[in-house]
Design a protein around this ligand. Structure first.
Ligand code: F6P
Length: 527
């Protein structure tokens, strides 16, 4: 199968996208899909009908429907950790029973959701003005991203997100908070993560230093209720979740508490409903019309097929400025692996490097390279038809125009002849014209996709996040890897633990390599 992918990529690498449009007047329709509120357009890529058929064959060979059903029905598909993968159960608001080891997990999910609502309503109805979520990775990126994305819906206390062990993060955050009216959420699945526990202790000391009792000022979100209680947070203030919710998929449950406090339980349920609707689409739609499957196949085509190692996520929505970072963890922690499920080396590239910034800001920073650099970077644009600032509609029209202009420019490019004509029109001639014209050439024929949405409501955000979750899952299934473990983060954590005492001077650096020793020596000259 991989041979077919590589052969198709070689044949299709230089295929003219404009030529594909000329050959097929319906291409924009045929190479796009709608699902729920979303439209995904992948017509501005080199994928033609034969390529798409080959990609569908790849998906069929990987038996996506069977793996998908195994995930939704609680099979332990996270084999290296012997866990089910059931973040979808957290948004299964009115669905069937979901069994893990013969037990229906849904009563527990509904019970926790109801407790979250009580806790959120308490915070919303109290004197609390600021909520500080202390967590990192999946215990930070999801709520931080969604809180910002849905700021027009916020009618509760302000939320802040502290993640970095760098004291600058918590110090800068607390400087703007009043100890009398600040609530802390310690969000950590394991309740052992060094950054989170260090920040939580600093938050506790901050309250104490201000003479404020810590009683009732901490909530824990964790699978490790024992550790939370040892830390001093009583069981009634711990919202738990099971090991079948992976960190980077945990926004839908207790880890989403800060979002629920901000936008209210109704808004949070709307977000869950959006995710649930995408689950239903993913489970029911034929492969050919299945939006997560199509996103995944486009990703596989660009990355493993054509060898484009990075993927730019470019939301034309300022409130989605944390979305690229959120997708970065989702994709790179899930699919950044070189060993297949069976322990064999992956015969092709692992998942792509994901990066990005909202438009239009990125246009004035790194788009230069996207348009004229030597590497091709597949771009994933997204934009809503309507913004929330209806009195400033002209801003939104410009935003949309810019988004569409970028994908058009990437596809069309500008030829040397066109560049020459421009220079001639400016009065240049001879060598000068020739030299100047060359700098103004755009190679074009660069692929991009566009995801359109009506408006960024809680429900639509739920659809988008679940869409990308399933896309990453499908990519992982096609690659034959386990998308739900993250062993690659372990070694650095272990070495940081052993280096802590070396940096503080409590242990010697003698068993470290010469480079590390020299770097520690430098620090000691100042510390
Ligand atoms: O180090 C990676 C990681 O384990 C992520 O997968 C996770 O989201 C993050 O750390 C935080 O973990 P925890 O919620 O247990 O503090």
């Amino acid at each position: 199968m991989w041979k077919e992918l590589k052969a198709a990529a070689e044949a299709g690498r230089d295929r003219s996208i404009l030529g594909l449009f000329e050959a097929d007047a319906d291409r924009a329709k045929v190479f796009s899909v709608t699902a729920l509120d979303l439209l995904f357009d992948y017509s501005k890529t080199q994928i033609d009908t034969a390529t798409r058929d080959m990609l569908f064959a790849l998906a069929r060979a990987a038996d996506i429907p069977a793996r998908r059903d195994a995930m939704f029905t609680g099979e332990k598909i996270n084999e290296t950790e012997a866990r089910a993968v059931l973040h979808t159960a957290l948004r299964n608001l009115d669905g069937d029973a979901v069994l893990v080891d013969g037990q229906d997990v849904m009563p527990g999910v509904y019970g926790t959701l109801a407790r979250m609502e009580v806790v959120a309503n308490e915070a919303r109805g109290s004197a609390i003005t600021d909520v500080v979520n202390i967590g990192i990775g999946g215990s930070d990126l999801g709520p931080a991203m969604a809180y910002q994305a849905l700021s027009p819906y916020r009618d509760g206390p302000r939320c802040h997100f502290v993640s970095n062990v760098d004291a600058a993060d918590i110090a800068d955050t607390l400087r703007g908070c009043d100890p009398e009216t600040t609530l802390f959420i310690v969000a950590s699945k394991t309740f052992t993560t060094i950054e989170t526990m260090t920040n939580a202790r600093t938050a506790r000391a901050w309250l104490q230093d201000h003479g404020v009792s810590t009683d009732g000022r901490f909530i824990a979100l964790s699978s490790n209720a024992g550790a939370a209680s040892e830390w001093g947070i009583p069981p009634e203030r711990v919202l738990g979740f099971e090991d079948w919710v992976g960190g980077r998929y945990s926004l839908w449950g207790p880890i989403g508490l800060s979002l629920m406090i901000a936008i209210g339980p109704q808004g949070f349920r709307a977000f869950l409903r959006g995710g649930q609707a995408m689950d239903r689409h993913f489970r029911a739609a034929d492969l050919h019309e299945n939006m997560p499957v199509l996103l995944a196949l486009v990703g596989i085509w660009h990355n493993q097929g054509l060898g484009h190692a990075t993927r730019a996520v470019l939301p034309y929505d300022n409130r989605l400025s944390r979305l690229p970072a959120y997708f970065q963890q989702l994709e790179m922690e899930s699919n950044g692996k070189s060993v297949a499920m069976d322990g064999a080396n992956l015969p092709l590239d692992s998942g792509p490097v994901v990066w990005g910034e909202p438009g239009t800001n990125g246009q004035h920073a790194f788009y230069q390279l996207i348009h004229q650099g030597t590497r091709v970077i597949p771009c994933e644009f997204m934009v809503a038809a309507e913004g929330h600032e209806s009195d400033l509609r002209h801003h939104h029209e410009l935003l949309i125009a810019n988004c569409l202009a970028q994908s058009e420019a990437l596809m069309r490019g500008r030829s040397l002849e066109e560049a020459r004509a421009r220079m001639a029109a400016k009065g240049l001639s001879g060598d000068d014209l020739e030299r100047q014209a060359r700098h103004r050439v755009f190679p074009g024929n660069r692929p991009s996709t566009t995801l359109m949405m009506p408006r960024l409501t809680p429900e639509v955000l739920g659809q988008v996040v679940a869409l990308y979750e399933h896309r990453v899952f499908v990519e992982g299934v096609i690659l034959g890897i386990n998308s739900f473990d993250q062993w690659g983060v372990e070694l650095g954590k272990e070495l940081a633990t052993s280096l802590g005492p070396v940096v503080s001077g409590a242990a010697s650096a003698e068993d470290k390599d010469p480079s590390t020793q020299a770097l520690v020596d430098y620090v000691k000259r100042f510390g």
